[in-house]
Each structure stands twice: as structure tokens, then as C-alpha cells.
Design a protein around this ligand. Sequence first.
Ligand code: PGA
Length: 259
Amino acid sequence: MADRKPLISGNWKMNHNHFEAIQMVQKLAYALSQNDYDVVDVSVHPPFTDLRSIQTVLESDDIPIALGAQNCHWEAKGAFTGEVAPGMLAKMNVSVVIVGHSERRELFGESDDEVNRKVKAVLANGMTPIMCCGETLEEREADGAVTKVKLQVLAGLAGLKAEQVAGLVIAYEPIWAIGTGMTATPEDAQEMCSAIRGVVRSKWGAEAAHGVRIQYGGSVKGANAPDLMGQSDIDGALVGGASLDADEFARIIGYRLVG
Ligand code: PGA
């Protein structure tokens, strides 16, 4: 895993109102200790309506969990009904923003170009993007997975400087593994994450490739986290369903203590 500190992120999707979110994060904080935070960065990504409540809990109790969002718009303000500007998130001490999740791309028609604008807007506001990529089952079966993912990475990060790429996060999430209980084998996940690092190396250079953190996502659980996290190019996990259970998410974060 080189010397990159892993980032394990809980993507709550459209789950938990702000009361439930407060309980969830308190339970999670109770299950984690400084030993965890010393070796793993942790972020939680609740719905927008929970952010302010969670910010208050994290800050008043000095909990070193990073506050994250699931999406944002790329413009700073204006007539964009229903959208949230990156600056609004930064003002609430959101530090990590998921961009281009496959559900955004597949269900809400987000394009590579929009993902790229969002990545740039998140960086411009001093936050860290988690830029998501991943192939469908049909693409994998047609041997098109690596090509698809490489193109998504090049398009999503187009126009960035090497030092910006070095500091951001890419999440590789095979779409067929999200919420299905089907996980990529650690070897398949490693192969793709290594290919992603290779693309970063050829486009942005060795330092960017060395610095960029690559998460795996798709049915990550306490039981499979150690094998996935043991791969040399996997620097963390983007966790959906299992992050809704504080104890299970804590088990994933404690992956190094299992087995
Ligand atoms: P899952 O979701 O862990 O429920 O498969 C992962 C994600 O969509 O980020």
C-alpha cells in the first residue's frame, strides 16, 4: 500500500434523516478509537439535509471523522433549482465530495464533462474529490472494462495539474458489484486499480501516481475488507450498504485487526 494512508468512506446515499444520522455517527465514533484514526482516514457522506447536524456533532465532540458530501454542482451560485454549490459545502467544513458516482451517471445522466467540472469546482473550494469510475457487467464481459475505466479517469480529471491529481481520490466501483453482494475478487480489483494508477502515471507522472489514493467500492463488508485492502494499489474503500450499520462499518475500518 506504499505510504498512502487509506481512506475509508461511508456513502449513505438517500438514507438516514438528520436524527438517525446523529445517532449513527455517535455510534460509529464510539466504536472507533485513536488507533483507527492513526492509520486510516475515515469520512462519512450523509444526505445534504444531515450535513449541518453531523458537522455539529463531529466538531463539538472532537471526532476526527471527515465530513463528506455525495454530490455538488460546479457553479458557485445562481438559478440552479435544487442544486447545492461547492462553496456552501466548504462553509460547513465538508472536506470530501463524491463526484460522478455510478448512480449519478446512470440514473441522473451525469456526463464525463459534468463530472470533470465538478471535480474542478470541488478542488477550487479546497475540498478533496472522490472521482468514481467503473464498468457495467456487459462491458466487463465484452473485455471493455479497462478501456471504459481508463477513459473515465482521463475525462474526469482532464485539465488538472499533477499536484492536484496527487492529492485526490479515485474510487473504482464496478457497477455490477454495487449493492448486489457480488464483490470483485481482490485480484480483479487490484488489476483495475493498478491500471488506473498506470493511466495516472502516463498522463500526470510518477509523483501523481504515487500520491493518488484509489478506493475500491462494491459490496465491501467487514469480512472481505482485509483481502481487498491488502492489495498494493487499493488505498481504501467506498462503502454503501455496510456503512449504514455502525458496527459493520467499524469492522471495515478495523480491517487490519481481522483474521
Ligand atoms: P455498496 O455500495 O457498498 O452498497 O455496494 C457502494 C457504493 O455505491 O458506493
